[in-house]
Design a binder for this molecule. Structure first.
Ligand code: HEC
Length: 229
């Protein structure tokens, strides 16, 4: 009886381990500073990871704890394991975000789909080879003057927040897809406190932090009275 028990446990352990080993060896991060950043290049940390964090790495889906079906999209290792660098058609990640088949599509039906611009960013990252790279803007390169809701703030929110804060049951009951929702959150003080991660609201996004430049842009816009410009 005891032996059978042990065998069963060993079997369960193997299933568990192999079910979670789609991850590949980590690729070290390459950082490109300020003027070395190429505006025609997609950077994993700046451009791809926020989309994955907001839309795929949610709690209960493909985050560091749950990793449904073995995929964890909260870091490069996990994302890289779902692609064949340079080959879109052989990349599971690209397949699930572009398929029309409701059984396979991601995010699953009922969630806010990725925008075409977001799909293009992920596609370009795969074509470039799925690098683990980052463009670190020094603060002197960060323009925070006269922030426009439409041109500066909405794009930051769309990339980093709308995967969770959209649709019929947005996280925390807060919908950030339009000016009315974003301005109401700004008015309560929670928008800035959440992204500044200063302890005065829940830290947002939950598993990452916006760049200092983006946080300062939001701060500037909020301090200017969050205009609808
Ligand atoms: C992965 C999902 C996810 C992402 C991405 C995300 N949020 Fe949230 N957010 C939540 C959840 C869940 C809650 C509710 C937490 C709770 O009530 O316990 C929440 C709550 C909030 C709150 C209320 C905080 C408070 O203390 O009352 C604000 C403000 C907020 N989010 C703003 C943002 C902003 C701005 C972004 C993007 C920069 C963002 N969120 C990205 C899931 C997310």
């Amino acid at each position: 009886m005891k032996i059978i028990h042990t065998i069963l446990l060993a079997f369960a352990a193997i299933v568990f381990i192999t079910g979670c080993t789609k991850d590949k060896t980590p690729v070290p991060l390459t950082e490109n500073g300020g003027s070395n950043c190429d505006s025609n290049h997609v950077y994993f940390v700046n451009d791809v990871l926020p989309i994955l964090n907001s839309n795929c790495a949610k709690s209960g889906c493909h985050d560091g704890i749950t990793h449904t079906e073995g995929y964890n999209f909260s870091n490069h290792v996990g994302a890289y394991s779902s692609i064949h660098p340079g080959n879109l058609n052989d990349s599971k990640l690209y397949e699930v975000i572009t398929t029309n088949n409701t059984e396979d599509m991601m995010p699953p039906a009922g969630n806010t789909p990725l925008t075409n611009a977001q799909i293009d960013i992920i596609a370009q990252w795969i074509i470039q080879g799925g690098l683990n790279d980052e463009c670190t803007q020094d603060s002197s390169n960060c323009n925070t003057l006269n922030m426009s809701y439409a041109n500066n703030i909405a794009p930051i929110i769309s990339t980093n927040c709308n995967g969770c804060h959209s649709g019929s049951s947005p996280s925390g009951g807060i919908n950030l897809t339009s000016y009315s929702g974003v301005s109401a959150t700004a008015a309560s003080g929670k928008l800035y406190n959440a992204v500044a991660q200063n302890g005065m609201a829940q830290s947002m996004p939950p598993s990452s932090k916006l760049s200092t430049c983006d946080i300062n842009k939001i701060k500037s816009w909020v301090e200017a009275g969050y205009p609808n410009n």
